[in-house]
Design a protein around this ligand. Sequence first.
Ligand SMILES: [Ca+2]
Ligand SMILES: [Ca+2]
Length: 346
Amino acid sequence: MLVIIAATVILTFADCGIARASIYDDVAAYWKFDDSGNTVTDETGTNTATKYGNASWGTGVIGGAIDYSSGGYAVASDDNSLDITSALTITAWINLTTAATDQEIVGKVNSNASGSCYEIRLHAGRIRFLSQPGSTWNTYQTTDPVITNTGTWYHIAMAYPSTTIYINGSAVDGYWASGGESTLQSNNTPLHIGGTFYLTPFYGLIDELAIYDRMLDAYEIDAIYDSSVEAFESITAGVNETFGLSYSTDEINQLSQLYAEQGSRITIDGMNWRYLDTLPDEGNHEIGDSYVYNGTNYIYLGSGLEGGAAPELPKGAIPVLSLLCIIGLVVLERKVSRSEREERNE
Ligand SMILES: [Ca+2]
Ligand SMILES: [Ca+2]
């Protein structure tokens, strides 16, 4: 049992040492856009891109973003890891500076279109997922215009082959405007971020773009959205308030973040919470799970996080560790909201 008092806590996710099965296990490329110069770093190390034209760097949802306010684009060389044909998910944050009708976000599109692998673009405020494995386009798009404001960050995601488009973590209705679902086509075309020289430009900011060779489910996509929002809003958390018994999402997040930050310790200013090495024999708790307890209520902080050295990570895992951490925390939070809250409400 440990009670440690401290003031403001600066959350440094990169050091949190959480290693668990993660949605980022299957990431084929992940560009944070926290770069400088002309290099656009892929956190997997395989698909680092180069920016061209008037592309610059701006402020993103997490750290930097690539800024196409004045046009420009980025290109990653063709690579087998990007030739995804069976299950695919693309997630990104976008923020428009103009509401031009057609704007290219990301894709592996041939200049003559035929044999294009996949593509996400905007059309009149709708998000479109396109592919052209043969000679005709398959175009799936949101039923309604969903990207309607300039100067606003939207989290977008597309998961295939369910072919579901998500806005801000929630699935939205869509339909096949042409063609229909079919196998995707690998090609020899570089991947472009923003409209490359033969495609309509994207005007605005793009941040935290990730491509997976797996179909993420609704829960995972919402977790990515939530984790980004949390990082955006409270990367520096001053925790000195007393948490209520109804545990808001923010409160649970703060506790979980603190827990991850401190390893087996909870660092909270002015709060009477305790970390329990051994849980009382009540409720539906599992051995190895970690809770904080205020004498009346428990907050579940996840399993397997408590104490001990951080597990060794394979080479290449370090660059995505910060996201592993963030996603892990969101999963913890969801467990709280789904199970613990239900228990308390019974
Ligand atoms: Ca970023
Ligand atoms: Ca290829």
